[in-house]
Design a protein around this ligand. Structure first.
Ligand SMILES: Nc1nc2c(ncn2[C@@H]2O[C@H](COP(=O)(O)OP(=O)(O)OP(=O)(O)O)[C@@H](O)[C@H]2O)c(=O)[nH]1
Length: 400
């Protein structure tokens, strides 16, 4: 079942006008535009690198997440598993990255950001490498530490990276993934996390930088922990998060629902949930439900000629568990789904739930429309600015 390609069809890829149009109607496309720049490009400030690092509008509209860490710590694997549906076992054959890879993730209105995967061996602090420019537009810096390896070198590198980045941009969220914990026993996991937490914070305190906040996550690509951690990282970059949480709280309290998640279907990142605590099992069940819905839909839902999409306005699913809980999934936007946990007795009032869902969906779309207006006006400004800049050889750009 899981062999079925699950990536939703890419629309308007490479076609700016069409992409723009989609955003206007409030349905951003899943632009899977992985790009890579050689070290040379970034160093020399080639046109692409120049635009990406410098353009304040592009980073405002798409917050940048940097994935850093020592060689073989698992950076590329994380990116491939979360955003490309690569199976964890396949990552064994990934080659070492020797270029900066950029990926644009704009698969939903709210999950709209860039990820930069930095090769482990790159000398970040080489004077010819302009790290200031890189950190300036960054929303979150994920530093991956291989917990199965000796992590002293990684900690030294983490300290150096965090202190430099903080000096340039104190607003960066520092997210530390203590990775590959699938190889550790439960006790060992806790001990490793405590030790890394202690050492990293001690190093900062020794440098008089105790005000820098580091968040720690235990992660592995072999279970859902990597998706959960990424969800939390992404949520911190979503400015509408409090509004979404509020809407979810109102929705569940008026519908007798136990728990609700708003999911980005493609990546299985949950972009918001209500304020009741999240437990891992609940989250895993939601991920499994999305997999089942999309897989079944891919197999039986497409037309004979293979056209159609596995996830659309009609998408919904009800799964009754043997513990009197019902899982209820409904489409919210082209790329977002709501997954709820409802008790069987509350589910008897499905009409009420559906009515409240209708109101919730409308409210989400309104939030979305506001965002799209902002994105459009920023894009327009960015366009104007770009056209004002002279070309690299000094000749003025042609007016549009
Ligand atoms: N056990 C385990 N192995 C993992 C995990 N994540 C990645 N790996 C393995 O770690 C190895 C290195 O992964 P990469 O993703 O290539 O590491 P990288 O940090 O991108 O390496 P560079 O490109 O050299 O910087 C691969 O063999 C992966 O299969 C994990 O969660 N658990």
């Amino acid at each position: 079942m899981s062999q079925v390609p699950r990536k939703l069809p890419e629309e308007g890829e490479g076609d700016e006008e069409e992409e723009e149009e989609e955003e206007i109607v409030g349905l951003a496309g899943y632009a899977d535009g992985a790009e890579s720049f050689s070290d040379g490009d970034a160093e020399s400030g080639g046109d692409e690198a120049f635009l990406d690092f410098n353009d304040p509008f592009s980073t405002e509209v798409k917050p940048r997440i940097l994935l850093m860490g020592l060689r073989r710590s698992g950076k590329s694997s994380i990116q491939k598993v979360v955003f490309h549906k690569m199976s964890p076992n396949e990552t064994l054959f990934l080659e070492s990255t020797n270029k900066i890879c950029r990926e644009d993730v704009s698969n939903s209105s709210f999950v709209n950001f860039q990820i930069w995967d930095f090769p482990g061996q790159i000398d970040f602090f080489d004077p010819t490498f302009d790290y200031e420019m890189i950190f300036r537009g960054t929303g979150a810096l994920i530093f991956v530490i291989d917990s199965q390896d000796d992590y002293m070198e990684a900690l030294a590198r983490l300290h150096l990276t965090v202190t430099r980045a903080y000096k340039v941009n104190p607003d960066i969220n520092f997210e530390i993934f203590i990775h590959k914990v699938d190889g550790l026993s439960d006790d060992h996991k806790i001990e490793t996390q405590r030790d890394i937490h202690q050492r990293a914070n001690d190093d900062l305190a020794d440098a008089g930088l105790e005000k820098i906040h580091l968040s720690f996550y235990l992660t592995s690509i072999y279970d859902h922990s990597i998706f959960e951690a990424f969800s939390k990282v992404v949520q911190k970059l979503i400015p509408q998060l409090p509004t979404l949480e509020n809407l979810l709280n109102i929705f569940i309290s008026n519908s007798g629902i136990e728990k609700a998640f708003l999911f980005d279907v493609v990546s299985k990142i949950y972009i918001a949930t209500d304020s009741t605590p999240v437990d891992m099992q609940t989250y895993e069940l939601c991920c499994d439900m999305i997999d089942v819905v999309i897989d079944i839909s891919c197999i039986y839902g497409l037309k004979d000629d293979g056209t159609g999409t596995p996830y659309d306005k009609e998408s919904m699913a009800i799964i009754k568990l043997n513990n009197t809980t019902v899982l209820y999934l409904k489409e919210v936007t082209k790329f977002l789904a709501l997954v709820c946990f409802v008790r069987e007795e509350s589910f008897e009032r499905k009409g009420l739930i559906d009515y409240n869902f209708h109101c919730f969906r409308k409210a989400i779309q309104e939030v979305f429309e506001v965002r799209m207006k902002v994105v459009r006006s920023r894009k327009h400004q960015s366009h104007l600015q770009k056209n004002k800049r002279p070309t690299p050889n000094g000749t003025p750009r042609m007016p549009l």
